[in-house]
Ligand binder design. Structure first.
Ligand code: NM2
Length: 543
């Protein structure tokens, strides 16, 4: 192992911050919970607006970039083909960015909206049903995916166009922060991102594990205990540790491909044997409701609610703000990962690819799984609402799936899929965490380093599972992710600054920047780096 390539301050900084938060939670779970809960209320209440504004701004910014000249930049050499075909690319993107939570919320989210709708609508009314089918795909839709994509812009730009072999968030803000990045400021940015990701991943595990446990319970009759959940976590860890250890092509891609085939199977099955027409019509309708109300949903902050005159539901804080915060803590990671797999694509392809494929995937999950459950409820075949009140969400989710024909087999497939979805999010997370604590990446981050983060990602939630406090960690991470709002801004700024400067510097033959203007004048879709090479060659020939 080459010791010099490790970035130890970031490595130990992240570890220290993690222990600093986890150890007190283990020692004083109650007080910790109280404090973190207050911090969360304070943040979503006081700064909810910032989150909502950030979401909309990021979306608008990406649409702008996609149509600007900066969006034409190709991530790689002229004529270079995309490193991964579009199917694998979309599969990896979706598998990495989305974990088992989509199986959880996709099946059950509508119940919560149905019972606690926004806009002052009467709970369990016909109107509430309509919104309950649209809100899920909003919270997992274009704005959410835009939040995921933004960090990928500067990161991929520096990695493939300026050819800096560093996969780090701090590196991506260098054009704005300059030399500061090399000191503690850079370390702090990376550590904050790592902390947010580990907490976000803790949230994912906290949702996924009980659901998988219920599936196993349904199939085997083994009671759901802490020990059993711990075994599930360890099995999932073993899978993603192997995948991460095997690397991008042999591990992560293979697992993502399996993942996507299982997804296609289970969704197609539910669509075919379930109430096909109901699902299609309701989903189609929901997309219309979403498009029609996109900006209303994106900006609804329950105005006048906190003055005491009108009843306050807390819907925006509990849902939209929480969701944006959750997508945000994952965003730099997905950005790093999307950057890594997007070689040979243009910035514009990357933007539209993530937003369109990502949102489409979410629509399929929420449309098919959610509306299947809704149908059972409305026809009285299965009362998900009462079952949820009595048995909690994880058991209800499995019970809804068990209403399908070949119930044991379908619950089995669903449970396996949940484990793989968990693993595909965690293998890429550990891959990226490992990349961030290295100064340079030659091909792939070090193997031991990848394994280390695979276990770090699982062990901490495991300890908290036993001692209580996993929920607290979730909340803490979302609170801890707050500075990322500003880092998003820096990332956008950096990308614009660097790419615009490169586009302008067409005469600067010494600099390894790109010559987009000339390349555009030539009207060819040649990679700018090739234009640069040709220019150098011409110069030499003239001499
Ligand atoms: N997001 C997409 O648990 C997961 O599915 C990972 C969760 C941010 C809500 C991502």
């Amino acid at each position: 192992m080459n010791k010099r390539i490790m970035d130890w301050p970031t490595f130990f900084g992240a570890l220290a911050l993690l222990l600093l938060v986890t150890v007190p939670l283990i020692l004083f779970p109650e007080a910790g919970k109280e404090l973190v809960g207050q911090a969360n209320d304070f943040m979503t209440d006081k700064f909810g607006f910032l989150y909502m504004a950030m979401g909309l701004a990021v979306f608008a910014f990406l649409v702008f970039v996609a149509f600007s000249k900066n969006g034409h930049v190709k991530l790689g050499e002229e004529g270079e083909k995309a490193e991964f075909n579009t199917f694998s690319w979309a599969a990896m993107l979706f598998a990495a960015g989305i974990g088992s939570s989509i199986l959880y919320w996709g099946v059950i989210e509508w119940v919560y909206y149905y019972q606690g709708p926004p806009f002052g609508i009467a709970p369990e009314s016909k109107e509430a049903i309509q919104w309950s089918t649209a809100y899920g795909i909003f919270h997992w839709g274009p704005i959410a995916w835009a939040i995921y994509t933004l960090p990928a812009l500067p990161i991929s730009y520096f990695f493939y166009v300026r050819r800096k072999p560093v996969l780090k968030v701090s590196e991506a803000v260098r054009p704005v922060l300059g030399k500061w990045v090399d000191g503690p400021v850079g370390n702090i940015i990376d550590v904050l991102f790592m902390f947010g990701l580990m907490g976000g991943a803790g949230t994912t595990l906290a949702l996924g594990t009980p659901m998988i446990a219920q599936g196993v319970n349904y199939l085997t009759g083994i009671p759901v205990t802490l020990g059993m959940q711990a075994v599930i976590m360890l099995v999932a860890t073993a899978i993603f540790a192997v995948s991460s250890y095997s690397g991008l092509r042999n591990g992560i891609k293979v697992l993502s491909d399996i993942n996507i085939w299982l997804v296609i199977f289970i969704l197609a099955f539910i669509l075919a044997v379930g109430p096909t027409r109901f699902i299609l019509e309701t989903t189609f309708n929901a997309v219309g409701v979403l498009l029609d109300n996109f900006f209303k949903m994106a900006t609804w902050m329950e105005p006048f609610g906190n003055l005491g005159q009108f009843e306050e539901t807390g819907f925006p804080e509990a849902w939209t703000v929480f969701y944006w915060a959750w997508w945000l803590v994952y965003a730099p990671f997905v950005g790093l990962f999307v950057a890594r797999i997007s070689r040979g694509r243009t910035i514009r392809e990357m933007i539209f690819g993530t937003i369109v494929y990502g949102s489409l995937g979410s629509i399929l999950f929420f449309g098919i799984m959610g509306n299947f459950g809704l149908y059972l409820q409305l026809t009285g075949q299965f009362d998900a609402i009462s079952f949820l009140e009595a048995n909690g969400a994880p058991a209800t989710i499995i019970e809804i799936i068990a209403q399908l024909p070949f119930a044991p087999f379908m619950v089995f497939v669903f449970t396996v899929l949940a484990i793989i979805f968990l693993a595909t999010t965690f293998d890429s997370s550990s891959y990226i965490l490992a990349s961030v604590v290295q100064k340079e990446i030659e091909g792939e981050p070090e193997r031991w380093n990848r394994l280390f983060w695979a276990f770090a990602l699982c062990l901490m939630p495991l300890v908290l599972l036993f001692l209580g406090g996993l929920g607290t960690l979730q909340t803490a991470s979302i609170v801890g992710g707050f500075p990322l709002i500003f880092i998003m801004f820096l990332l956008a700024w950096s990308f614009m600054k660097a790419s615009s400067a490169d586009i302008r510097s067409e005469d600067d033959y010494e600099s390894p920047t790109i010559h987009i203007k000339r390349w555009k004048k030539e009207g060819k879709r040649r990679a700018a780096s090739q234009v640069f090479k040709d220019d150098q060659k011409n110069q030499k020939d003239q001499k």
